[in-house]
Design a binder for this molecule. Structure first.
Ligand code: IPE
Ligand code: IPE
Ligand code: MG
Length: 248
């Protein structure tokens, strides 16, 4: 029985978030420069986006560049920024064909102008697609996002637009970059690293975590199916006891 056929389509996560990691090590294994790994990571983005959309996942969020990644060597950063431009341009037709809407999360306005422009163009040209929303987290860090939300809420409290006693989890979520999507039920990280690296800290408070040893450029649809099967075999308790869940 294929892995895909074992997936229960009625119990799919609505939102899958992925920390795409291991491009550099993949390149090293192939005796190539790190940027070769990033170039090959694009193929995995294509595979996983297609695989998730085919199954009926509504939101796929990929961590593509963190605020901390600016500290990498300039050549790597510049190559990545150019790769984002090239990839968005190149993939537009496929996104439209697969009814996928492109979205971006992060501090977008401080990205290099060309990268920003390519993202805006990609988002505009796919905005009416209603199959799956593919979000790229770019120049993103969760602490930046939380501080940004706090500043905007504080400003609105000061102006009398938000009531201090009205601040709750729901209101706070509306000020995050993910305001128009449900929290991810499943978070995947590749390459054997077991950490979160400043990704969606608020949103993953109850996500199921799945760590794969596979390096990102090798992450295939089959690997996605393995993650989904692991997710579907778990009991999500949200603070309740296992007995309470059985009786509900
Ligand atoms: C993930 O792969 C891609 C980005 C962070 C942009 P890495 O570049 O972090 O690969 P490793 O972790 O060095 O192998
Ligand atoms: C996290 O990967 C960021 C992205 C996947 C874009 P890193 O490779 O930068 O994470 P750390 O620094 O090893 O934790
Ligand atoms: Mg890494």
């Amino acid at each position: 029985m294929s892995l895909k056929s074992q997936i229960n389509i009625d119990k799919l996560p609505q939102h899958i978030a992925v920390i795409m990691d291991g491009n550099g090590r993949w390149a090293k294994r192939h005796n190539k420069a790190r940027v070769f790994g990033h170039q090959n990571g694009v193929q995995a983005v294509r595979e996983i986006s297609e695989g998730a959309a085919e199954l009926g996942v509504k939101y796929l969020t990929l961590y593509a560049f963190s605020k901390e990644n600016w500290n990498r060597p300039a050549f790597e950063v510049n190559t990545l920024m150019k790769l984002f431009v090239k990839t968005v341009d190149k993939e537009m037709a496929t996104l439209n064909k697969n009814n996928i809407r492109l979205n971006a999360l992060g501090d977008l306005e401080t990205l290099p102008k060309e990268t920003y422009k390519a993202l805006m163009k990609g988002m505009k040209s796919t905005e009416s697609n209603d199959g799956m929303t593919l979000s790229l987290a770019l120049n993103y860090s969760s602490r930046w996002e939380i501080i940004d939300a706090v500043k905007r809420i504080a400003g609105e409290v000061k102006e009398g637009q938000v009531d201090l006693n009205g601040i709750n989890e729901n209101l706070f979520s509306n000020y995050l970059t993910t305001s128009d999507m449900p929290d991810p039920e499943l978070l995947i990280r590749t390459s054997g690293e077991n950490r979160i690296s400043n990704f969606l800290l608020w949103q993953i408070s109850y996500s199921e975590l799945y760590f794969s040893d596979v390096l990102w450029p090798d992450f295939s649809k089959e690997e996605l199916y393995k993650a989904l099967l692991s997710y579907q075999n778990r009991e999500r308790r949200f603070g309740l006891t296992g007995e309470q869940l059985i009786n509900s």
